[in-house]
Write a protein that binds this ligand. Structure first.
Ligand code: GMT
Length: 377
């Protein structure tokens, strides 16, 4: 058996798919006996209760009066170096190139070079920040100075190469679900709170940022609910929410749409749905579609980014070009009005989530990357 490792993990600890993946991965590595040290500005929201082999180191930023902007990135780099020395870490696994890979690079210089750095790209660091000329060189530095780089879809690998001219190898490590948490939950009693028995539930879960195209969600729903009895549940919070609320009122859909806000028990919430809507403009992977898949809920969405690698068109959902709300609504109606098709898709979803995106497969992939960088042949 390979030796157990001491791993530092840095991610954005607040709501978001990358934070979820980083935290769940840390917990799984700890379960396997590795020592995991989270180095973040606040406790990752999915960390939960005390768990063996998991430690948390808070990054504190000195807000000295000469600073116009408190230097979080430098404080993080220093904390990474301190924890690496104090705990004798083997490697730092950072999620997001900016600023985390760059901070890890600085930390490596501070500890004298022996620590290894693994960087996981989640999407917005490349598809949004990577387009910004003021950040491009810095992102490239973070990637090129990492001992290994992983990305959550093939599409993101191609996009990274194209946008940043990266030639170094990038490992594909898809996101994963833990089927001990994500499985079809019994929602008897809960579903009735939001829909009549004959009504179908469509759901959208996101951070309500412009890239999610929540306005398309409303258009799709309007087209569907004109043809079959249906309700729309919107889960999450974000900057587009007021605009979406206004649009729903303008379209006279208030009675059919409910806003659930941020929710912790996502598996329970998703299990109420007959369909997830994900019509994003950009999506490197679409973790929420995988969470839905593991609960037996198919996705209708766009062909953006890595979504087609996750959602198999006609098997675990349906995809259409970005902005084509008419086709998405047609697909939704096809699925929701055919019980046999819905059951087939539900089974295909459960199978695919278990077989191709299980926590064990992906955790093993990350582990072998760690051993490879620590013991290069
Ligand atoms: O979806 C978001 O905007 C949040 C963002 C994040 O940082 O958590 O999500 C990105 O990483 C997730 C985990 O790998 C992916 O599932 C999302 O597709 C990706 N978001 C985008 O590419 C827009």
């Amino acid at each position: 058996m390979d030796r157990l490792l001491k791993i530092g993990i840095t991610c954005y600890p607040s709501l978001g798919g990358s934070g979820v993946v980083a935290t769940e991965l840390g917990k799984l590595l700890a379960e396997k006996g590795h020592e995991v040290h989270f180095i973040t500005h606040s406790i990752p929201f999915r960390l939960g209760t005390f768990q063996k082999n998991i430690f948390y180191h808070e990054v504190e930023v000195n807000d000295y009066y000469v600073f116009r902007y408190p230097p979080y990135d430098l404080a993080l780099a220093t904390k990474m170096a301190q924890v690496a020395k104090m705990e004798n870490l083997d490697l730092l696994h950072v999620h997001y190139a900016v600023p985390h890979a760059v901070c890890a690079f600085l930390a490596k210089q501070m500890v004298g070079g022996q620590i290894k750095v693994v960087t996981t790209l989640h999407g917005t660091d490349i598809t949004v920040l990577g387009q910004d000329e003021s950040l491009k060189d810095l992102i490239r530095l973070g990637i090129n100075e990492s001992d290994a780089v992983t990305a959550v879809s093939r599409d993101l690998i191609q996009e990274t190469r194209r946008a940043l001219d990266i030639t170094a190898p990038i490992d594909l490590t898809y996101n994963f679900v833990d089927k001990r948490v994500y499985y079809p939950r019994d929602v008897t009693g809960l579903r009735e709170l939001f829909a009549e028995p004959e009504e179908k539930i469509l759901m959208h879960i996101s951070n309500f940022r412009p890239v999610k195209r929540v306005s398309d969600v409303v258009d799709i729903f309007a087209k569907v609910s004109g043809r079959i009895p249906a309700r729309l549940l919107l889960v999450g919070e974000g900057p587009e929410l007021p605009k979406i609320q206004a649009k729903i009122a303008e379209m006279g859909l208030e009675d059919k749409v409910r806003f659930l806000g941020k929710q912790d028990e996502i598996a329970q919430v998703i299990s109420m749905a007959d369909l997830l809507l994900l019509p994003s403009e950009k999506e490197s992977f679409g973790l929420v579609a995988l969470e839905a898949m593991a609960c037996g809920v198919p996705t209708v969405g766009s062909q953006a980014g890595g979504i087609p690698e996750l959602v198999q068109h006609g098997v675990t959902g349906y995809l259409a070009p970005i902005g084509d709300t008419t086709s998405m609504a047609d697909y939704a109606v096809r699925l929701l009005s055919d019980e046999k098709l819905a059951e087939q898709m539900r089974e295909a979803c459960l199978r695919r989530a278990c077989q191709d995106f299980s926590k064990d497969i992906i955790t093993d992939q990350y582990e072998s990357i760690y051993y490879r960088v620590l013991d290069p042949q």
